[in-house]
Design a protein around this ligand. Sequence first.
Ligand SMILES: [Zn+2]
Length: 347
Amino acid sequence: MVSLSNHERTDDLVLGIDVGGTKILSAVIDPEGNKVSEYLTATRASEGFEEVLKSIVESGFGALVKAGKGFSEVRATGLAVAGLIDAKDGIVRASPNLPGWRNVPLRDRVEAAFGNRVFLINDAHAAAAGEHYFGAGRGCRDFVYITVSTGIGGGLILNNELYEGANGFGGEVGHMVIDDKGPLCNCGNRGCWEMLASGKALEREALRLIESGSNTTIPLFCHPDPEQSEGEGSQSHPIKCITAKAIHAAALAGDPLAVELIQRTGYYLGVGLSNIINIFNPELIVIGGGLSNIGDMLFKPAIEEAHRRAFKQSFDLVKFTLAELGAYSGVIGAAAYARQQLGRPKE
Ligand SMILES: [Zn+2]
């Protein structure tokens, strides 16, 4: 795909902000999707809306100062937030990262603070847009982006456009029900995809098997946060600290239970992928998020299961690839979205 704006001046800048549960990353982004500057600050989500707003302003301002720019020198701000985001009205309906937020008019408050146009977007939608313009989905007309980390998020690029749905809540693939008798999800349903194929699913199953006496070395690969160990010696490995990373490390060292847990997670990942393939018939599925670092041990069983279940013609066409923008997909995508919303041609 041709860059967003070949004919624009190189100082044609947009600010991207990605509000995570613990950190806010801001970056000044040029028309080619390059970071001119970046600034990271704590979200302080537990301190409530006004404090988070201050953190957002601090983060955006910090990135601008590093770029030697003022708010009036960036054309717009793209603001990515996890959860149910009403992009049209600029309202955070609910967010897993921001406890207690209900119907918060975040766009208007940030606009008032910055004095420039602000466009609010779901973080997985932003990442999909980022991968579409500048990452693994360049030149791809129909693809599905999924991020597999603690939970599972998704973004749909259909007919070269980000598909947000009627009120912006589209693409919530993580809450596709895979097993209606499965584990209870925060959304109120049982057996959502993210309850079976995400980092938290992997960790929950490991904990369950360890507590029921299964033989495994996984706890030996856990490194508890020293601030939370309350004086326990370094030889102590409380099983509550079990992470996907520790399970992966144990699997790499040959622990059979860890390998089986990852393969089981891969199996469920594949069940969901087959649904996505059958529903959207995408040419590409871009996979990001922390759990994708596990690589083939997770993806091989996933792709095998998707192969078994999806329509043959659709499976034969689809390609799977890893996301390219990593931790920057949110800021780069939010900036690209803001630029696009300003009415610039996309190709
Ligand atoms: Zn759910």
